[in-house]
Write a protein that binds this ligand. Structure first.
Ligand SMILES: Cc1ncc(COP(=O)(O)O)c(C=O)c1O
Length: 422
């Protein structure tokens, strides 16, 4: 077999429009050496390359407008091949009409809210919800003249209907909800949204992942995920996404995304694309592990209450069964002994890590009343009205062996003194 191997040559060495490497100094070679594949049959990388380039070389001045009108790449904030690859993948899982990826989950949420709400508008949101969303609704939107009403998380969809006003432009739900795992009936929510003119439904489905709960298929207008969590799956990136039920919605938001500059970096897009390839198998293991852990916790004498959609005791278990393929990896549990009980457990685990965030391969634990939903953000009345009790802990169950996780929780629960519970 004869093989001809040659050292790669830069475009300048081969000559570009008559300009040759000998015509320029080494300083210019350093900045301007580019390489184009030229010999042999063209091949395609199996994994899409990371397009780090912030800008793109145009063939003609006229191409600039042509690309703006017809598509293509000019500048990475406007569009990037690596981001497009991941957008296409997420949209396929969601069954949507278009997806956009963002620098964080909050960038996705804030872009959507600023895009679809204006001064004088009103939004109905469930409370509790993710703390960043709560902050946005309570402290930021009012500065732009946007008013809100909270409905209790886990309430029937009818509650949303009761609070709709002539200026209500969005109904916003989170399911399963952070941190108390309450579930919203997506089919009913979608039906309510569709019965209204000029009011969009948006659902944060981060705790479930689009694999377990494809929101758009339930008639919701906008599906939101923090890609930092299950979609990425390895706790090594931050990102967010929105998937839309119509191309028009997608077109409206991309305009805002470009101007707000909330784009995802191509490097994170590449990590996200890699994570998504194993999403189904990870979600199955997260769910089967969490089911075992939730069943263990529910029987433990130092645990007051377990909120996991896969348990028949969960108030919306039947709704969860209807709309989720499996019940995901997130568990909330109220530990006896109040703040102290919750803290002893969160600090007493050895395999599970004490950390915020969720959805990665390693199991994590946190104490919402002092951490994510703590006094920095919420008053104790707000917390209690949302069911965030002092002893509540939130677990993100990873991919370890379920029995090892149970052993770890058991030894940490043993550290809570009986005197604290009595
Ligand atoms: C349910 C939910 N939505 C949105 C977010 C925000 O995502 P990010 O941290 O990627 O901005 C989080 C973060 O924890 C979350 O838990």
């Amino acid at each position: 077999m004869s093989k001809k191997w040659f050292p790669p040559q830069s475009d300048l060495e081969r000559g570009v429009d008559g300009l040759h490497i000998d015509d320029v100094t080494p300083d210019t070679v350093a900045t301007s050496s580019r390489y184009t594949f030229t010999s042999g049959p063209e091949t395609e990388p199996l994994v899409p390359p990371i397009f780090h380039s912030s800008t793109y070389k145009l063939r003609s001045v006229d191409d600039y407008l042509k690309i703006l009108e017809e598509g293509g790449y000019i500048y990475s904030r406007l569009g990037n091949f690596t981001c497009d690859s991941v957008q296409a993948a997420i949209n396929g899982i969601e069954g949507g009409k278009g997806t956009l990826v963002f620098g964080t989950g909050m960038a996705a949420i804030s872009t959507a809210l600023l895009c679809f709400l204006k001064s004088g508008d009103h939004i109905v949101v469930n409370n509790p919800c993710y703390s960043g969303t709560f902050d946005m609704v309570v402290n930021i939107l009012p500065r732009y003249g946007i008013d809100h009403t909270f409905v209790p998380t886990g309430c029937p969809v009818e509650e949303y209907r009761k609070h709709i006003k002539s200026n209500t432009r969005m109904l916003y739900g989170e399911t399963p909800c952070n941190p108390n795992m309450a579930v919203l009936d997506l089919e009913e929510f979608g039906k309510l949204g569709r019965s209204l003119d000029n009011t969009l439904t948006m659902v944060d489905s981060t705790f479930a992942s689009p694999y377990l709960q494809p929101v758009i298929k339930h008639g919701i207008d906008i599906s939101m995920h923090s890609c930092t969590k299950y979609l990425g799956g390895h706790s090594d990136l931050v990102g967010g996404c929105l998937t839309f039920a119509s191309v028009d919605l997608w077109k409206t938001v991309i305009h805002y995304q470009i101007s707000l500059g909330t784009t995802l970096s191509p490097h994170d897009a590449s990590l996200l694309l890699r994570g998504i390839k194993t999403l189904p198998v990870r979600m199955e293991r997260h769910s089967s592990n969490a089911q075992k852990v939730a069943e263990f916790l529910e029987k433990h004498p130092k645990v007051e209450r377990v909120m996991y959609p896969g348990l028949p005791s969960h108030p919306q278990h039947q709704i969860a069964k209807k709309q989720m393929k499996m019940f995901s990896g997130m568990i909330a549990a109220e530990i006896k002994g109040g703040v102290q009980g919750g803290k002893i457990l969160a600090e007493g685990v050895r395999l599970i890590q004490l950390a915020v965030s969720l959805g990665g391969v390693e199991s994590l634990i946190e104490h919402p009343a002092t951490m994510t939903h703590g006094p920095m953000l919420m008053t104790s009345e707000d917390r209690l009205s949302g069911g965030i009790t002092d002893g509540l802990i939130r677990l993100s169950i990873g991919l370890e062996d379920a029995d090892d996780l149970i052993k770890d929780l058991k030894q940490a629960l043993d550290k809570i003194p009986d005197s604290l519970i009595a």
